[in-house]
Ligand binder design. Structure first.
Ligand SMILES: [Zn+2]
Length: 823
């Protein structure tokens, strides 16, 4: 044993340089590649083996997933380049300005990302073969190319798929589409642990896979990035050039080089008579994809799509009559990956010089200045840190600037505003994030068409020219000592930070109240929703120290008061200051529920608010006594089978007895037109005869008139209602569909669109605009002692619309806040 160990050690020390001795994936794994799905840990084993045995590869972990699987990347290049890897990396960053100093490197850096969607499972297999080919038969390309391979971007999703497949598949496999092995069960292997789509998360970095990957990505900043995917079993293969619309920031070189790579891929595919298509479906606009994010960071970012995904298994009959096998899927991804490396290697010098050009600043003003609640600005700085954006805090008291949205003032208080210089390496990406209304060449797009970061975070944004005095850090407020004789503390209610503070107070059994009316005490004014912590209601001896500790943890500025007698408005003893109860919360999941919507809520409670929920399979609802819960959340979904007449009536009895139901976006249709629920859909009259005369080829474009593809609207808010505590009287909402409901007849219309929708950004078709006129966005309807809260727009969408989340927290803790005595 000892000898064996010494031998392995010797082998590692004198890494083999002879290609013949390197085991292929098939040899290493013990089965022909493509004849089985390889589990994630085996993929890791193979890359470990490559790095141990060959001087051409290193392999490192960059973190762990939620389910504790390894996130990893291999760096594959010539032995000589490996000796100078740090130098190569730094020289690349120098030409972008991220590191200081001169350099004119000629080494191409190509990053290949596999299996971001877990059930698009051929690509992790292809990553092993690609690495092997690069290190053996295609070794010469490595002289001037560094290839970074992330074999599995989403290990939890991949293993969810692979383990499921292995459990249900026939032996030998069957290619019949009807077989269970071609029909994944909810939620499928595509998303990560929290059911997020990691290929929509690059920019918002809400998931730990993204957060950890970005650290390595930013250290390398590749020139070419390929994100390997799979599409339906009947669409052969897709590679660059991408479809329109292209975002305006994309340079001529980026467009041209994509085409060059595409043509070389095409040549390789033509030689083997493999089918493919280009310039359709997959566009370059929304900045949070595995192709656009690298593109806006100067790279040639591309999506490659092989026929397959969760339906394909080891082999499946396509509708065209041939059998699509895993073996073929792997071959295609290997070919496109190798062709891409080859094209990059052949153009290494030009890739570098054009990469350098991309980072030259072209913005004609000096700063973006973001103004708003400090806790909101701090949340933004955390995002900026993820992406290595430079920022400072203003030392000026007042500044003049051009508002990005005309609703703001020209001159504004700038004390400790967030100042983002435009003269910084990643200036182009910042422009994409903060521009008013991204120019769209065609409404036929794959994703949302607006995402303005200032609106998403509920802060005002300005462009400023000239110099601003700044300091590197804001001084975080720290609660120092307890003033003796205080009767209690008051905290503002403005942002998610305040909500997290509340959640932790409640978890610590601290008695918290919220005011439903504004008041003024000891000369300071407090809005509705402000939190009040009194000693009378909290007799524990450690009350003061615990409150201090938590306030400091969240940088909450508490006001200590000496009296309960207010200058104006309500006193502390008033019944208008209501106790906030702990809530027992149930959330539905399962076949009927949108996995993305459920996942975003699950993630919100566990990773942001830190408040417990019970997740229940919607099918089990019939067996459950809702009396055990205060709140039932229906994520977006289709519940018509769950809530039949009988179940709907018992649900409404539960609400009448004091239960609170929160329905999110498409879940609202469950209650449309149902007795007692008062919810009515908006309809727009269609001129069917005219529609019938539109040419077949024009129909798709015509349909966009009915669509809202992620557009931002300024809407009215009744901030005297508890659902809107902490908000102004207007709010920018992100609409991801044109579904619209009439104002509630008997309920409270808390957030709504007036006659003419005020579109701030993004695409909305003309008929869709008609439809959302005078429509509800958020509302509450009372039913007996309880409430139904309707949220037409999904404030949890991809978890990036930060400013909407307080509405959701208000729905939990502020709306119809009754004691639990009804049980
Ligand atoms: Zn995909």
């Amino acid at each position: 044993m000892k000898y064996l160990f010494t031998l392995v050690l010797l082998v590692c020390l004198f890494k083999l340089s002879n290609a013949q001795d390197l085991q292929s994936p098939s040899e290493f794994l013990g089965y022909p590649i493509g004849s089985e799905f390889t589990r994630h840990h085996q993929v890791i084993d193979y890359f470990n083996y490559l790095s141990q045995i060959s001087p051409l590869a290193t392999f490192s972990s960059y973190g762990q997933t939620n389910e504790r699987r390894t996130l990893s990347y291999a760096v594959i290049t010539s032995e000589e380049n490996h000796h100078n890897l740090e130098g190569i990396r730094k020289n690349n960053l120098k030409q972008t300005g991220i590191l200081e100093g001169d350099s004119s490197p000629e080494i191409a850096i190509v990053w290949l990302s596999y299996n971001v969607h877990g059930n698009e499972a051929s690509s992790a297999e292809a990553s092993m073969v690609t690495a092997f080919e690069l290190m053996t038969n295609q070794k010469s390309m490595l002289d001037n190319t560094v290839v970074i391979i992330d074999p599995t971007v989403n290990p939890d999703g991949r293993d969810r798929y692979v383990n499921w497949y292995n459990q249900v598949k026939s032996s030998p496999y069957t290619a019949y589409q009807d077989a269970i092995e071609h029909s994944e069960t909810w939620p499928g292997g595509r998303p990560n642990h929290y059911l997020f789509d990691l290929n929509r998360d690059w920019m918002w970095a809400t998931q730990i896979e993204t957060q950890q990957r970005l650290e390595i990505y930013n250290q390398w900043m590749p020139h070419v990035h390929v994100d390997f995917h799979e599409q339906s079993i009947n669409s052969p293969y897709y590679f660059a050039p991408a479809a329109k619309p292209f975002h305006k920031t994309i340079t001529d070189f980026q467009k041209e080089f994509q085409t060059q790579i595409g043509k070389n891929n095409a040549k390789a595919f033509d030689d083997k008579a493999w089918s493919y298509f280009t310039r359709e479906r997959f566009d370059l606009f929304y900045p949070s994809y595995g192709d656009t994010y690298p593109t806006f960071n100067g790279a040639i970012g591309m999506t490659y799509e092989q026929a397959g995904s969760g339906q394909a298994g080891l082999g499946v009959h396509t509708d065209e009559g041939y059998e699509l096998t895993l073996k073929d899927r792997i071959k295609h991804h290997v070919q496109s990956g190798l062709s891409t490396v080859k094209t990059s290697s052949e153009n290494a010098k030009r890739l570098n010089s054009e990469f350098e050009n991309y980072f030259k600043n072209t913005v004609d003003f000096d700063y973006y200045v973001l103004v708003g609640e400090k806790s909101k600005l701090n949340t933004l700085t955390k995002l900026f840190d993820q992406h290595d954006y430079d920022y400072q805090f203003s030392k000026e008291e007042k500044l003049k600037g051009k508002p990005i949205y005309s609703t703001a003032k020209m001159s504004f208080d700038a004390d400790q505003a967030l100042v983002v210089p435009t003269n910084q390496p990643k200036s182009k990406m910042l422009k994409v994030l903060l521009e008013v209304d991204p120019e769209l060449s065609t409404p036929l797009t794959y994703d949302i068409t607006s995402w303005n970061l200032a609106l998403a975070h509920g802060v005002e944004a300005y462009t400023v020219s000239g110099n601003i005095n700044t300091q590197p850090k804001e001084n975080p407020y720290s609660q120092k000592s307890v003033e003796t004789g205080t009767v209690g503390y008051i905290a503002k209610w403005k942002s998610m930070t305040d909500a997290k503070f509340l959640a932790e107070l409640l978890q610590n059994k601290i008695n918290v109240r919220a005011t439903t009316k504004p008041f003024k005490i000891e000369n300071k004014s407090y809005d509705r929703g402000s939190l009040i912590l009194t000693k009378t209601n909290n007799r524990d001896s450690n009350f003061d120290s615990l409150v201090m500790e938590l306030a400091n943890k969240y940088h909450i500025k508490l006001a200590a008061t000496q009296t309960s007698f207010s200058d104006s408005g309500t006193d502390f003893g008033s019944p208008d200051i209501k106790k906030i109860n702990t809530q027992r919360i149930a959330v539905l999941r399962g076949d009927e529920v949108s996995s993305l919507s459920y996942g975003s809520i699950w993630h919100f409670f566990e990773q942001e608010l830190n408040y417990p929920i019970i997740s229940i399979d919607a099918q089990e609802l019939k067996k459950i006594d809702l009396k055990d819960y205060d709140i039932l959340i229906l994520p977006s979904g289709s519940y018509s089978k769950i809530f039949n007449k009988k179940k709907l009536s018992s649900l409404s009895d539960w609400i009448k007895n004091g239960g609170k139901l929160i329905a999110m976006s498409s879940a609202l249709s469950t209650f449309e037109g149902k007795k007692g629920f008062g919810l009515e859909k908006m309809k727009v009259e269609k001129d069917s005869t005219q529609n019938n005369l539109i040419a077949y080829a024009e129909r798709e474009r015509e349909r966009t008139k009915d669509n809202i593809t992620g557009a931002i609207f300024n809407i009215k808010v009744d901030n005297t209602h508890p659902l809107a505590f902490g908000y102004d009287d207007s709010y920018a909402t992100l609409k991801t569909s044109s579904a619209a409901y009439k104002y509630l007849n008997k309920g409270f219309n808390v957030a709504y669109i007036e006659d003419t929708p005020e579109r701030l950004s993004g695409f909305a078709g003309e008929k869709a605009l008609e439809k959302i006129s005078k429509s509800l966005v958020f509302g509450e309807q009372r039913l007996g002692r309880g409430s139904i809260i309707y949220m037409v727009d999904d404030v949890m969408f991809r978890s990036f619309w930060e400013n909407g989340k307080l509405f959701f927290v208000n729905a939990l803790f502020m709306v119809n806040n009754r004691s639990q005595t009804f049980k």
